[in-house]
Design a protein around this ligand. Structure first.
Ligand SMILES: [Zn+2]
Ligand SMILES: [Zn+2]
Length: 309
């Protein structure tokens, strides 16, 4: 995920917005104003402009940019109020407490059709809010339950399709396992030879990872057939943040010998996505013709597949 934290686009590090323990889901927005395609270099200034405009809005009395996140046409996710913060964008207090709000830099004239990179970024933002912000699985548009054209017909059509990742998401494949008394997720994962984070994510199981006897678990593609574990989503790879999938990624980098960037003690597997991890991923991507054109150090489904096969 190409994630730009608040302080990196010019907002104070933490939003003063109210705490939100969890959300029903994520609502997608657009600008609803003319917007023209632009070079990425001017995107951060545009996001700062949105925040300034919101702070100046005396009718709404916003304490911050209203959105949980903003996504540009180049697929970058700007942290807005962020995870576990109440949004101000959904139209009223009930709706703001119910769902997060992610805004695409997309207009009602000019740039009106979301490019694939933007859709990927929106998907990244949704997955990030699920993972870090306890968002539920619902995805809707601002117009759901509120009288507005937002997020515009082209983007809403994508929302109605279930907000698919362009190019096809990696779906877990292969059979189910029925939980027995005394099973733990880790024990089942060992038995099936898959990683437990993959098993949890394939089944939508979150901390504290409760399972119950009789429950049918989808078995993710993984160790059984020697195929790579399913791609965990780009939300697993955010600089400075921890995710079990990073340890799996590190295993692939080490097996393929891409370890020249490290902290001085050799490259060790671990859950934090560091600049060393990213730089080693860049080296791997540059070594593969099919990845070299987009060697940004952030694993997508193809990097993941090639690295772990
Ligand atoms: Zn909206
Ligand atoms: Zn951009």
């Amino acid at each position: 995920m190409k994630f730009i934290q608040r302080e990196d686009w010019g907002a104070p590090a933490t939003s003063p917005a109210a705490y939100l323990a969890s959300a029903h889901g994520v609502k997608i927005h657009y600008l609803g104003a003319p917007y023209s395609s632009r070079a990425h270099g001017s995107c951060p200034a545009y996001v700062r402009g949105i925040r300034a405009e919101h702070l100046a809005n005396t009718v709404e009395n916003y304490v911050d940019i209203a959105y949980s996140a903003v996504v540009c046409e180049h697929g970058y996710v700007y942290e807005g109020r962020g995870a576990h913060k109440r949004t101000g964008a959904n139209g009223n207090q009930d709706l703001n407490v119910r769902d997060y709000a992610v805004c695409a830099l997309l207009g009602d004239s000019g740039l009106t059709k979301p490019p694939d990179a933007m859709l990927s970024g929106l998907r990244d933002a949704i997955e990030w809010l699920r993972q870090d912000g306890a968002a539920g699985s619902w995805i809707g548009g601002h117009r759901d339950g509120y009288a507005t054209l937002c997020p515009g017909d082209p983007l809403y059509a994508w929302v109605e399709d279930g907000a698919p990742r362009p190019g096809g998401a990696t779906e877990p494949a292969g059979g189910t396992y029925t939980v027995r008394a005394g099973d733990t997720l880790a024990a089942i994962a060992r038995r099936l030879d898959v990683s437990w984070p993959d098993l949890a994510s394939a089944n939508g199981i979150r901390a504290p990872y409760t399972i119950h006897p009789g429950q049918a678990l989808k078995i993710p593609a993984g160790g059984i057939g020697g195929t790579p574990p399913p791609f965990p989503g780009t939300g697993a790879f955010v600089l400075g943040r921890s995710n079990p999938a990073v340890t799996v990624l590190d295993g692939g980098l080490i097996r393929h010998g891409f370890t020249r960037h490290h902290d001085g003690n050799g490259y060790q597997p671990g859950p934090v996505f560091t600049t060393y991890t990213r730089d080693n991923v860049v080296d791997f991507q540059r070594s593969r013709p099919e990845l070299a054109g987009d060697a940004d150090g952030y694993p997508g489904p193809l990097t993941w597949q090639l690295l772990l096969s």
